[in-house]
Design a protein around this ligand. Structure first.
Ligand code: FE
Length: 512
């Protein structure tokens, strides 16, 4: 063979092998976040007044359909599966994990609400998952031992190696978890650990995906326009500061990305919370350029009337519903009107819980409830124990603290800042504020708050332990944890009332 022929042969071989390596592969990343135990479909008035939305049996069917249509696929969940309807609270999350086993999840990270019944319970429950749960930055205090030792996995689809990392935002961990539930464990800087895991995964993978739970806490509201401005800024920043992540699937903000965000080349997606939709990110990956060359995202609303129930899922969730029904169906009272929530203004549900806490102990001057604790409306008519637990699903206790007026002012100023939703107050308390500003005209029993006077201030222990950023409670002059659950105090408050008349108006004034 002449030299020219040899060269020609080499060129042919090279071009064949070039064609073999240059290939565009498609991958569908289905994604969910903040499912919050919404196992059953329900009316979500902000989507439709008449058509039921969501539910795990519908979601499971939709996932199966999408997986069938898009053979190269992964389903990733970005955390906060616990805490929502009472089925989660009454089973400490077990009903949720066991049901998630029928969703077809390929990887999930841990969210703040997985800690609602303590970190030890979280470990017991997530052990029951048949899908990989990932976290790489929560440690036993002062040790190098991960609380849940599974920082990442590598999955393979159509010869593509996909690394998936799970992290929890450090700020979100300390901002939104009841400190009592995380005693002995600590969150470490997500940026540092992301860099570390990218370094470990880079040589072994084609695509790196981060499932993370971080950022602004999710809005909890059914009325109102003055809600906290929420966005995915934390994720944008993380992508900016740490190169090397192809895709971030994020949770916590309850903020859907109709169109995926892109920051520093990283694609960021999230869904609106409570299992109302399935996210569907489709990417094209060029094996020669070794990069994602195009993407498109979609949020598919889960309409109950468009989807058949998945039979296995239905059996599972019905089993759990029967288990908890005995307690949940106990009647408490009736309400003359629907009880609704608001995150940035007064609400009649906030007023109910605040009044119930106020009535708990006659010493209490001021009763407060964090708006974020209220998770589900209660329809007019019969109110059951289950309704109360779904409305306030956290095992928070009533705490009574003694504070000086100047300290109370700081607490209301933080509420007015609107980083975590405002404080709902008992009937004898009034205040006004301009969102993002400070609180004004705080009055107790018709008298303006006095800086040097001491007050007994009661609130759920989540708040009095500094949750949602209410750190001034750490300087309380006295601190009494009653050990009584807020839900139980509310049940006691309502028990003697035949028909409860919701109260609304005059407590909180939003200035424009
Ligand atoms: Fe969250």
């Amino acid at each position: 063979m002449s030299i020219l022929n040899k060269i020609a042969n080499i060129i042919i071989i090279l071009s064949i092998s070039y064609q073999a390596t240059s290939e565009v592969k498609e991958l569908t990343i289905l994604h969910t976040n903040d499912l919050h135990a919404h196992l059953f479909p329900r009316i979500a008035p902000w989507i439709s007044e008449s058509r039921k939305i969501g539910g795990f049996a519908n979601l499971a069917t939709l996932v199966k359909q999408e997986k069938r249509l898009n053979p190269n696929n992964i389903l990733i969940d970005a955390g906060d599966y616990f805490s929502g309807p009472y089925i989660s609270t009454l089973t400490k999350g077990e009903a949720v994990i066991k049901s998630m086993n029928f969703l077809g999840i390929d990887a999930a990270c841990i969210g703040n609400h997985e800690f609602d019944h303590g970190w030890d319970n979280m470990l017991i429950q997530i052990e029951k998952a048949n899908f990989p749960i990932l976290n790489g930055n929560l440690f036993f205090e002062g040790t190098d031992q991960l609380v849940w030792d599974n920082p990442y996995i590598i999955l393979e689809r159509d010869d593509l190696k996909i690394g998936i990392i799970g992290l929890h935002g450090k700020f979100a961990f300390y901002d939104t978890i009841n400190f009592k539930m995380t005693e002995g464990i600590e969150a470490r800087d997500e940026e540092e650990y992301l860099r570390k895991y990218i370094k470990e995964l880079k040589p072994k993978t084609d695509i790196i995906i981060l499932a993370v739970h971080q950022g602004m806490p999710g809005r909890q509201s059914s009325i109102g326009l003055t809600d906290v401005e929420r966005n995915l800024y934390k994720d944008i920043l993380l992508a900016r500061n740490v190169p090397g992540v192809d895709i971030i699937v994020t949770g916590h903000a309850h903020q859907g990305t109709e169109k995926a965000l892109v920051s520093n080349g990283t694609i960021i997606v999230s869904t609106n919370a409570t299992a109302t939709e399935l996210g569907k990110l489709q990417i094209k990956y060029d094996t020669e350029k070794e990069m994602i060359i195009s993407h498109s995202n979609q949020l598919i609303t889960i309409f109950d009337d468009e989807l058949e129930d998945d039979k296995d899922m239905l059996r599972e969730i019905n089993y759990w519903q029967d288990e908890v029904d005995v307690i949940a169906s106990l009647p408490v009272t009736s309400t003359a009107e629907k009880l609704v929530r608001a995150y940035g203004e007064e609400s009649n549900m906030g007023n109910l819980f605040a009044d119930a806490i106020k009535a708990f102990d006659e010493r209490i001057d001021i009763a407060l409830v964090n708006s974020g604790a209220l998770r589900q409306d209660i329809e007019a008519g019969l109110v059951t124990k289950g309704d109360l637990i779904s409305a306030f699903p956290f095992p928070n206790t009533v705490v009574i603290t003694k504070l000086k007026g100047s300290q109370v002012k700081k607490i209301f100023d933080h509420a007015a800042g609107m980083t975590n939703g405002i404080l709902q107050v008992s009937e004898n308390v009034k205040y006004s504020f301009r969102p993002g500003n400070t609180a004004k005209n705080i009055a107790i029993n018709g008298e303006l708050l006095s800086d040097n006077q001491e007050y007994w201030v009661a609130a759920p222990n989540f708040v009095t332990q500094g949750g949602d950023g209410y750190l001034e409670f750490n300087n309380s002059l006295e601190y009494i944890d009653s050990g009584v659950l807020v839900v139980d105090a509310t049940e006691i408050f309502l028990k003697g009332i035949d028909i409860y008349q919701p109260k609304y108006g005059g407590r909180i004034k939003v200035l424009n």
